[in-house]
Design a protein around this ligand. Sequence first.
Ligand code: ADP
Ligand code: MG
Length: 544
Amino acid sequence: TETVETKEFQSETRQVLKLVIHSLYSNKEIFLRELISNASDACEKLRFAALARPELLGSDTPGVELIPDAAAGTLTVKDNGIGMSREEVVENLGTIARSGTKKFFESLTGDSAKDSQLIGQFGVGFYSGFIVAERITVLTKKADAEAVRWDSDGEGSYQIQPHHKADRGTEVILHLRAEDKEFLDAERLTGLVHKYSDHLALPVSLVKDGKAEVINQAKAFWTRPKSELTEADYQAFYKHLSHDWDEALAWAHHKVEGNLEYTSLLYIPKRAPFDLFNREEQSGVQLYVKRVFIMDKAAELLPPWLRFVRGLVDSADLPLNVSRELLQGNRMVDKIKAALVKRALDLLDDLAANKPEQYAEFWKTFGSVLKEGVIEDDGNRERVAKLLRFASTAHPEGQTVTLADYVARMKPEQKSIYYITADTLAAAKNSPHLEGFVAKGYEVLLLTDRIDEWLTSHLREFEGKKLDSVARSAKDIESAIETPEKAANESAYKDTLERLKKALAGKVGDVRLSARLTESPACLVADEYGMSLRMARMMKAAGQ
Ligand code: ADP
Ligand code: MG
């Protein structure tokens, strides 16, 4: 006698279920993408486990079968992947113990095309089966464990019981709703597999009259020759890889042969992920070794300032059992990383030069992350500096001015590139510090990102021109805006300056006559070598 246990879904799971079914009702077909993607993950996990235990794989070819059964009204998605133990079934199909759940709820937009991508992104794909199924049965077996059967109508509880099944792997049996029988149709299924799974490395077969026929390309996307791939192919693979609903802005696909052999495929997204500004969030590049998936977010492959880049590297040289520890300080990995940084910068250079509108879009979304490159990467500082865009007194609307544009417009006698940092564009534009510079016809960059304080402390010069803050007291800044009137007035104001110095003693370092101002009576400037005024304010706000 076998025990059937009935368990309640964790309450959040129930909520997710409802939402998934509701928000995807107009885009039902994506359930197949999600289930095939899970089957594919399970096969990848098996291949990975088999690196240490080859007997797991034996002579099997990991793959997925779609088995429509018109008489029973079921569609089965079957794989011979890793399978699940009883605990794993409870953990994975009965709860959503993932930190992303709350974010998922917050991110739902009500637009089903967008929400369908979110589902993949937040790992609630399995439940999408309930969009078309009134009941789902899962039969699964892990090597060395007993098989398990899981049943649910997605209403609030599920049944779990032991099962007899000899083969390792998982069968997800969808008992289709009456109105969703279209998903039994061979042509419909074939079309969907081409649409969503052509780029998967593993074979997806359709079983008709007991015979299985492979219907997808079944070749890792990045191993196919570039000449064979269309823009639409690259975009489809990008969506699969990133779970982004939007298209990619640009990509670069390289096969490298020689001493070091690897393939890289990098994408620049259009849209920022919700955690872009979390510096803990690691690079978005996956690592494969000889087509075997090794890890997501391989932080060693791209620096944090390029964390918005998505993509993958498939190395032919790294050992299959490579771990995160092994990646650190590995010379091969460092070389690949340097090459990837170069490729990403090439991509951005190309966008900036040939598709300025797209580059402007990129800059708006990711510019302040790219600025971290100037701070962190001495070797690429100059290249990154060329990609920066700023607002300036000449072009205060939007960030469009390059440092090269600025230098080209500098007055013949002008020595430095001038900038001001402020919390807002309005504060920057209206700052009295600008007056003397504007009177001289000097352009001033208006910097309003928080990171600009650090940017300017690392970017000391560009094309041989120093960068100077108009809010500093340095002699050469003063002399740059010197006027004959100022020299003439020096003695007339001597007493006034003395009195002011006394009155403000201990509060300011010095009181000086300056040609900085044309309208305002006075302004504060920072000491030549001290912290900038805004930095001092930011430190104070942070309690330091
Ligand atoms: P995600 O795939 O993003 O983790 P899903 O809701 O799609 O989220 O799947 C939940 C979990 O259930 C997976 O992470 C996996 O552990 C397990 N799972 C689902 N389908 C299978 C399968 N065919 N074989 C093995 N495990 C599976
Ligand atoms: Mg999934």
